[in-house]
Design a protein around this ligand. Structure first.
Ligand code: XMP
Length: 419
């Protein structure tokens, strides 16, 4: 990394991550470190120019005697002792000026640095990547293609639980536009056969996860000479995994635990980026807006929105209603504003009437929520005319649906997904 660095040391502030992001927004690269960082570890941080001590009431280190004076004295660097919510942007700006750190943290420099680092790590070897089409795996793919081109093989497993147009978009963007080596695996029948008759949500998740690994492994074994596995690990994955330093990374975070016996070394070029930086990186690499600014989408996909035992006709209804919802949210200017919105189809039917004939069909439930961290969520207040339009379109355009309901439940008590 050619960037100058400011270390943010977590002494229990609830704002540690915000501080790190705020300094990056001012153009200087930051790293988060735990309160028990040793003088040696501090000295090992490349191009370290300053230290921010993020203290606060959370007391992550409660019960321990904290004496950072020696490591900090040894480091001999400008230090900002921040008390919780007090450091304003001008304070941080002035502190950066005091450290003399170069303000060269930006996506162009990040991409150039990572291309160099990836080439140095990989050499002339080959890298394999599970490309789901989600933001993180897509951005890693684009970065690896830029760095090593055809030495990367991407495997896209279509398990039949993706949203409308997603598998096609992956093929179009990565194979046709970016010229990637892309293995597209149509595993739809295989997944749906395995899931047939399984109504328990946890059982469904397990089947989807295990089958994904099986398909991916099969494809990996068909390829010769793979030495590395690309991973879309990002900085919040590392921070949230509770590991103490960025070096002791939990390695299989994003692919739901690929088996150890695959024996690949990892390439994780996004592991120091926050989510908004990952999106900026994707845009800088030429990925389409619609791919980079996607709302969160669960690993088991539409499988947990086709409630109970999955059937193909109800799955089609989930996919079609979700597509209408996304289209209407985009038209109403809500697409980038509401955190997560989707439809689900319960496994019940009710009586309705369609063109004078009894229609015994499913309801479609709309969920639209806002949250910071997905631990709690509030319900978006949708404009009534939009709700009426959604009810009209979904009941007329989605076969098998005769009612539209809106879920008014915040989290808690309801979780965001229904399963
Ligand atoms: P809940 O339903 O727990 O959802 O309130 C919180 C967030 O997590 C997503 N979610 C999942 N993501 N695998 C995932 O990768 C899962 O099994 C899963 N279940 C829920 C959900 O979409 C929401 O963003």
């Amino acid at each position: 990394m050619n960037q100058d660095t400011i270390a943010v040391i977590d002494l229990g502030s609830a704002r540690t991550t915000d501080l790190a992001r705020a300094v990056r927004a001012l153009g200087v690269y930051t790293e988060l470190h735990p309160h028990d960082l040793t003088a040696e570890q501090l000295a090992a941080i490349p191009n370290l120019r300053g230290i921010i001590l993020a203290a606060g009431p959370r007391r992550a280190f409660e019960g321990q005697t904290l004496d950072l004076s020696q490591p900090l004295r040894d480091a001999g660097l400008p230090t900002l002792t921040v008390d919780d919510a007090d450091a304003t942007q001008p304070d941080l700006d002035a502190f950066i000026a005091r450290t003399g750190a170069k303000r060269n943290w930006n996506m162009d420099n990040f991409i150039a640095d990572q291309i160099e680092a990836i080439r140095a790590q990989v050499g002339d070897k080959k890298v394999l990547l599970a490309l789901s089409g989600g933001v993180d795996s897509s951005v890693v793919a684009a970065l690896l293609i830029r760095a090593i081109g055809k030495q990367l093989t991407c495997v896209h497993v279509n398990h039949g639980l993706l949203r409308q147009g997603e598998p096609e978009q992956v093929v179009k963007v990565f194979r046709e536009e970016l010229g990637a080596n892309l293995v597209y695996v149509d595993a739809v029948d295989r997944f749906l056969d395995k899931l047939a008759g399984v109504a328990d949500p946890e059982q469904k998740r397990k089947i989807i996860g295990a089958e994904f690994i099986r398909v991916f492994e099969e494809e990996a074994r068909k390829l010769d000479g793979i030495a590395f596995l690309g991973q879309g690990t990002i900085y919040p994955d590392i921070i949230e995994s509770g590991t103490k330093t960025a070096k002791a990374v939990k390695s299989h975070h994003n692919v739901g635990g690929l088996p150890e016996d695959l024996q690949f070394a990892l390439v994780e070029p996004l592991k120091m980026l926050f989510k908004d930086e990952v999106r900026a990186c994707g845009l800088a690499l030429g990925l389409p807006e619609s791919m980079v600014n996607r709302q969160p989408f669960p690993g088991p996909g539409l499988g947990v929105r086709c409630l109970g035992a999955i059937t193909r006709d109800r799955l089609d209804a989930v996919r079609a209603s979700d597509a209408i919802l996304r289209e209407e949210f985009t038209a109403a200017g809500l697409a980038g504003k509401v955190w997560q919105y989707f439809t689900l189809i319960p496994d019940v039917r009710s009586v309705g009437v369609r063109e004078g004939v009894r229609a015994f069909e499913w309801p479609c439930v709309i969920r639209a929520v806002n949250t910071i961290d997905a631990m709690t969520a509030t319900v978006e207040r949708l404009p009534w005319p939009l709700m009426e339009r959604l009810a009209d379109r979904i009941t007329h355009e989605v076969p098998g649906v005769n009612r539209v309901l809106f879920d008014l439940t915040p989290k808690p008590v309801g979780t965001i997904e229904w399963e």
